[in-house]
Write a protein that binds this ligand. Sequence first.
Ligand code: TTP
Ligand code: MG
Length: 637
Amino acid sequence: MTSDGPLAAKEIQHVAAVSAEVAEHETLKYHLLGPSLTKAGQDSVDQQKVSEIIYNASKGSKYFNNEEVKDKNLTQKIDRILSRKRQLERIDLASDLRRADEYIAELELSRDLSQTVVHIDCDAFYAAVEELDRPDLKNVPMAVGNGVLTTCNYHARKFGCRSGMAGFVAMKLCPTLICLPLNFAKYTAKAQEVREILADYDPRFESASIDEAYMNITQYCEDNHMSPEDVVTQLRKEVAEKTKITISAGIAANAKIAKIASNRNKPNGQFRVANDRTTILAFMRDLPTRKVNGVGRVFERELDAIGVKTCGDIYSQRAYLSKLFGEKAFQFLMQCYLGLGRTRIQPAEEYERKSVGTETTFRDMSGRTELREKLRWVAEELEKDLARTQFKGRTLVLKVKLHTYEVLTRQVVLPKAVHMADDLYNFALPIMSKLEREIPGMKLRLMGLRCTHLVSMKKSGIDFFGLRRQNPFPEGDPQHSSPRRTASTAAANEDVEWEVWPEEEFEAAARQERQDEMNEMELLSQEDQVPSPNDLEEANRRHKHGREILPNPSPKKEVKPKVEAEEEFWDCPICARPQAADDKAFNAHIDFCLSKRTIKEAVKEVPGMGERVTLTRKRKAGTASGELDRRKRLFFG
Ligand code: TTP
Ligand code: MG
């Protein structure tokens, strides 16, 4: 060792410490860029500069400190993932590799290229609606929302402003930004005008939020002898003429790709990914993972750490994914790599809900009376939500966020299904009191109540297996949480595990991540000022807004033939289940049953796959049969 050896070692240590700090701040700065980093209209923005401004503007705030803690935790989690990966690299993963390849083969069998799915999304929606009343704001940077921006027009986006950003940060990026207050009634009315036009193209379109929807235009193209591009051009033109706002659209073989594609030519544009396997694989290959609905900020960083930056990178890591991220993530990622997604599009109200809940954020609150008043208010909100969705809950979950940002949830199984505010309050109160005893002087900044194990209050119907649903959850049966699950259980069928499609779960998780970030941002914007009750009310409405489910309007252009007869059913000769007495639907069902059998036989013939098929039947989601069952829903809705 030379004489300056010890010094060099110290220097190295110092440099390492500094670079670790720099790296830490880099990830934090990236984190601070916010939930809507992938929003359209920001290609020319210098994100480095934006992140510096956000960093400096929020430094020292409670929000900043919390983000710093979250970022450190994530960095530690990533270190654990990497060390696990290093361990795995030393062992033989041949069986995992084979399993992944078999899964790919199986997914390929489920690939459905027969449908044309469109995702439409209004451009800068709230801002566009406001501009109709204030045309003078069309050509200047403008945003909607005061404490936190809900959106901004494309001029403002060039400065780095975007939804989910604290207003005072946005003003630093663009000092001339004009911020308008929210007016939900106007946005809801305009959304309804758009939806009325969509119903003419696909009466069974699926609203995904206030300004976006999925449609299946296969039938429309066929009936009108038009190409998908022409149909969508016509639809966009019609929306622009009648509602005076513009929409963008993505056209693809499934919902996942259509959603990614609708962002490609925003604003006022459309993009099609052809229904062709090679085109789809090429499209996914270079796509950054974050562009997929369901990959949020956290998952993006975890994937990046193991070298997965694009969906194409997933393939080379396929043997590790299940062990590093779990089976569901493995399935979801393989589907992303292959560009597979659901083709079933249905009115949002037909989805079975797993839970109904509400939560509210506020400035630090403590004290027996205040917390009880807040709990009462939350219970009343939940009663409204349950009434609208027509559910009662058998389990009640209380969620609180402490002033330290720690989130706690506690749940109770109820002796009966409840939906009234009094009951909700009375059952939640003991849980909250227990928390108060555990945490003396408990100070909260968020409180929420959620009902799970839902019991439907709706009338019965026929499910797509042809099984008649008679309000299937006897109130004393907490096991069966949704009509879908009971239908599955009652069917006692080997293929019924179709209901959990991993993308749904990942999309829900990413949505939750965005909402949590929006809440945090809101609190940051309130740190220096006392929000009025109005501000709080507005914030709570904003969180809910857009996820309200309204029935689809009826089509105006033509009355489509009724698909189902009211009370008559025919038995399917293959599966023996009753089906709606309608020629077309009945034939489609028989085709489906036959094709299912053919595919099963084909799968069995692939060497080494017979065993796999048996295994996958036990698995919850993403199986070939699962996809077919989904397709079947398309026929029967
Ligand atoms: P988006 O479609 O996400 O955004 P946008 O329509 O404003 O812009 P783009 O052109 O990129 O589609 O959301 C639709 C509306 O929902 C948006 O105008 C405001 C509201 N919104 C919120 O209230 N909170 C949010 O976090 C986001 C993202 C949107
Ligand atoms: Mg939009």
